[in-house]
Design a protein around this ligand. Structure first.
Ligand code: NAD
Length: 261
């Protein structure tokens, strides 16, 4: 168990990729801070499952990461519960699809706040403690859309490109402190965020959910298959291992060949 004794905060881990990453860290022995929204009983079930399945400690913080104060609250909750933060995964994210000329200003602001600014505030709050202890891992969950663009996703593409840029700057600034900062750039992962998009497309196109699912991966990815949250978790665990000690400032694709084209 390579992460026994470490404390990992995973933002947006009540669902999807964040939950997969939290479970992968717990399987390696890390204590976990879960964050995000959802039904209280579902969150408690996931929290209890981490404890029961892997014998680690797990606490939940419902901090809303759309403001700097909310992000600082999350780090404070982790420090109050476990004394420190060793691993920070900036994963919480939202999405909205519309042409720029029709894009609602409040959706733009919310996407930039949650998908980009929350990572800035998280690094600001958690990196000093990591530096002082001489070890830390910061992992930003960006996207293939952090490296290439698609239409109708202006705020998301801008936020994810920004997150890749922030990752590079943090990697440089934290070099030689024992703290690394990297970005994981997934292609399609079947999570509630993507399921909603598929239902919307099926409704608009008069197709089935299964047809839209097949069309989605075929459209962009040479490997016409989804990546799983567990596979994202495995890459995150690798980034916390000794083998990854000199990887920093790097956007790492896990996208079935999407951005290779
Ligand atoms: P999801 O909708 O399943 O999960 C998002 C999580 O973020 C949830 O736990 C939600 O409660 C939380 N969240 C949303 N707003 C929040 C806020 N204000 N404060 C705190 N938590 C908040 O989505 P997902 O597909 O698992 O996506 C996770 C991350 O991965 C996102 O950053 C997304 O952009 C990125 N990503 C997803 C895919 C994909 O295909 N699913 C691909 C590339 C990148």
């Amino acid at each position: 168990m390579s992460l026994r004794g470490k404390v990992a905060v995973v933002t947006g881990s009540t669902s999807g990729i964040g939950l997969g990453v939290a479970r992968a860290f717990a399987a390696e022995g890390a204590d976990i801070v879960i964050n995000g929204f959802g039904k209280a009983e579902d969150i408690e079930r996931e929290r209890a499952a981490l404890v029961a399945d892997f014998g680690v400690k797990a606490l939940y913080s419902g901090a809303d990461l759309s403001t700097g104060a909310g992000v600082r609250q999350l780090v404070a909750d982790a420090e109050a519960g476990f004394g420190r933060v060793d691993i920070l995964v900036n994963n919480a994210g939202i999405q909205f699809v519309a042409d720029i000329v029709d894009f609602p200003e409040d959706r733009w602001d919310a996407i930039i706040a949650i998908n980009l600014s929350s990572a800035f505030h998280g690094i600001k709050a958690a990196a000093p403690g990591m530096k002082a202890r001489g070890w830390g891992r910061i992992i930003n969950i960006a996207s293939a859309h952090g490296l290439v663009a698609s239409g109708q996703k202006s705020a998301y593409v801008a936020a994810k490109h920004g997150l890749v840029g922030l990752t590079k700057v943090a990697g440089i600034e934290l070099a030689n402190t024992g703290v690394t900062c990297n970005a994981i750039c997934p292609g399609w992962v079947l999570t509630p965020l993507v399921e909603k998009q598929l239902h919307d497309r099926a409704g608009k196109n008069g197709t089935s959910f299964a047809q839209e699912q097949e069309a989605l991966v075929a459209e962009k990815q040479p490997m016409k298959q989804f990546t799983s949250p567990a596979q994202i978790g495995a890459l995150a665990v690798f980034l916390c291992s000794d083998g990854a000690a000199t990887i920093t400032g790097a956007p790492l694709s896990i996208d079935g060949g999407w951005v290779a084209q």
